[in-house]
Design a protein around this ligand. Structure first.
Ligand SMILES: [Zn+2]
Length: 628
């Protein structure tokens, strides 16, 4: 690294620490110099603060929240629902007094989402927009506005439409009396930076073993060190209490409660009070006001078990559930895997080694895979955002309702990624054919024989289609121009044939009858055999191409899916002997070896393969192509 750059990095690193030292000010200075410059900004509650932080990223052209971009995949619906709940809470609605419960199987983006919220608050509180203040020395980092009397609060409400909620905590009340003789203007106030590790504004709580769960983890406990010295031996003295509970840490930000229903009733009740009353009750003290967004998570099994128990109405009543399902779009699922393999750049993977497992995983999540109307392969297409011929928008919209259970169970992304890692470690590269074999062994054990036998061929078919189309591209050196010339020829023939005209052949300069034989042979490759079928197909082809031209788009051989498929099949058919030689009879003739080597090189150069994965692909393809 050059010296100048090093200095720049060093400077940035040191600047990052600049926030640690923040001079405190008096409450009077805070009101005059900070608060009145922007009263709305400095009176935000926890829900508003989080929503503002999310919105600070803005929206993309489609109106999606940019904050989630590249962080959460295939969960647009859930993310939107969660955001809307938070927004409603920020506006002061009742949701503010609810536990927001994310329910879903393990390995969905529930915890990832909360994780990103927590990092977001840390980041946002370090920006100018996210500036936030607290009473200096308050164990809860409480809002300085809590110092205001009821009449001052009423005035703020009238003048600025600001609602100040919550009373001073016992420690601050005590200090106001003892240290400041009741003069609020002198109380020290400072800017704070939310931080999970510093226990400021962010708390994560996992109940763990029921035998060791203790209410003090949430509400704190008697402080045996200060009770004598500062609390004068009185357990009800504010300085006798240790405000280390998660509830206090979460004040101003987020309280994340993992595995909610593993908690004992006593803890759940404390959390309910925190949500409903926005207060906690530690020991012998009065209620203490806490302002936090409560985000809890759990899985279906625990959730269903809990709600079927008697006496749980209160918690159901005070909970807003966001159902978090597995990703159902394989392309989004693939992005999830990419995020889950941090050192992916060091992996030697072929272009399908994340796609194949993604297809398999999504298929495993489909309920009733043999449904008559919408079997698994059809839903796979719908969820992928692919066109399904003969299905209206309306029919597609009913799928989401009918198959509500899709995404509630199946392979978890974590398990899938573990398998991919295993193959990389074992072989030094990840080739899809090896993954196919590996998953074929495991699936019956994980999903059961029946489901495995239904979904495996569906995923393998998708891969085989890809392999065939890839072979058509690598078997010849000038694939693109060959494919284009077939397309142009077909289009010209169809046109002249319909108009009963001759076709001009530029190479010989003569006019010829349209070559119906060529059209038929191309069409037969996509299953069009009778003259009446062909006639309909040709008309539709011309209409479709005409529409593309009308839109001013470029027409190429890829413009029509069916014809593209036919062209690829034709190229393979015409080069069958070449492929057979290269893939099956290698080592017999020098020419076969040369073709093989050329194909390997094309795979490496143009299609994202390494030598290892290319050779493994061709081994597989050798068994796939029908050479008769
Ligand atoms: Zn306080």
């Amino acid at each position: 690294m050059e010296r100048g750059r090093e200095n720049q990095v060093l400077e940035r690193i040191l600047k990052d620490r600049g926030e640690v030292q923040q001079a405190s000010m008096t409450f009077e200075e805070f009101l005059r110099d900070v608060f009145f410059s922007n009263p709305k900004k400095y009176s935000r509650g926890a829900h508003r603060y989080l929503v503002d932080a999310i919105e600070s990223y803005g929206n993309d052209e489609k109106g999606n929240l940019k904050f989630f971009e590249g962080k959460i995949f295939g969960a647009d619906h859930q993310v939107r629902e969660l955001y809307e709940l938070l927004k409603s809470a920020a506006m002061g609605n009742d949701v503010k007094r609810r536990i927001i419960l994310l329910v879903g199987p393990v390995g969905t983006a529930k915890s990832t989402t909360v994780y990103h919220f927590k990092r977001l608050l840390e980041e946002y509180s370090r920006t100018e927009e996210g500036e936030i203040y607290a009473i200096d020395g308050c164990p809860l980092n409480e809002d300085p506005l809590h110092l205001l009397s009821e009449s001052s609060r009423q005035e703020l409400r009238k003048e600025y439409g600001i609602q100040v909620e919550g009373q001073l905590c016992p420690v601050c009340s005590y200090r106001l009396r003892e240290n400041y003789q009741g003069d609020i203007s002198k109380v020290r106030v400072k800017r704070i930076f939310l931080s999970e590790s510093d226990r400021v504004g962010i708390a994560t709580f996992a109940p763990g073993d029921p035998n060791t769960q203790d209410l003090s983890d949430i509400v704190g406990s008697i402080n045996i060190y200060t009770i004598q010295r500062e609390g004068k031996g009185d357990p009800a003295h504010p300085l006798s209490w240790s405000f280390t509970g998660a509830a206090f840490q979460s004040n101003r930000g987020i309280f994340e409660f993992i595995e909610l229903f593993k908690a004992k009733r006593e803890l759940l009740n404390a959390l309910l009070t925190l949500a409903q009353e926005r207060q906690v009750k530690p020991g012998r003290f009065n209620m203490i006001y806490v302002d936090a967004v409560i985000l809890a998570h759990t899985n279906y099994t625990e959730y269903n078990r809990f709600i079927s128990e008697p006496g749980t109405e209160a918690i159901r009543d005070r909970t807003r559930v966001v159902e978090w399902k597995y990703v159902l779009n394989p392309y989004e699922e693939e992005k999830v895997y990419k995020l889950m393999i941090p050192n992916i750049a060091e992996y030697d993977m072929d272009p399908w080694s994340l796609k194949y497992p993604a297809f398999l995983a999504v298929l495993s999540r489909l309920s009733d895979p043999e449904d008559r109307e919408f079997p698994a392969q059809v839903r796979l297409k719908i969820y992928s955002g692919e066109k399904v011929e003969g299905l209206s928008e309306y029919a597609i919209s009913t799928v989401y309702k009918k198959f509500e259970a899709d995404g509630r169970s199946g392979l978890s992304p974590r398990w899938v990624v573990d398998q991919i890692n295993l193959i990389q470690v074992k072989r030094g590269y990840v080739a899809t054919p090896d993954l196919i074999a590996h998953f074929s062994d495991l699936l019956p054990k994980v999903l059961g024989e029946k489901q495995a036998s239904i979904i495996r061929p569906l995923a393998v078919n998708r891969y085989n289609e890809y392999v065939k189309s890839l072979l058509s591209e690598v078997v010849v050196s000038d694939f693109e121009s060959l494919a284009q010339s077939y397309f142009d020829r077909y289009r010209a023939m169809v046109r002249s044939f319909r108009a009963n005209e001759k076709v001009y052949v530029p190479s010989t300069g003569e006019w010829r009858e349209p070559d119906e034989e060529f059209m038929r042979s191309l069409e037969s490759l996509i299953g069009i055999n009778s003259p009446s079928e062909a006639s309909v197909f040709r008309t539709n082809f011309l209409v479709a191409i005409g529409e593309i031209a009308e839109r001013g788009e470029k027409i190429s051989w890829r413009s029509h899916k069916k014809i593209e498929e036919a062209i690829r099949a034709m190229i393979i058919k015409e080069h069958k002997s070449l492929l057979r030689a290269a893939l099956v009879s290698r080592g017999i003739s020098e020419e076969a070896d040369r073709t093989y080597e050329k194909i390997v090189q094309r795979l490496i150069k143009d299609h994202g393969y390494s030598e290892n994965t290319a050779k493994r692909l061709l081994e597989y393809a050798g068994e796939l192509v029908n050479y008769t």
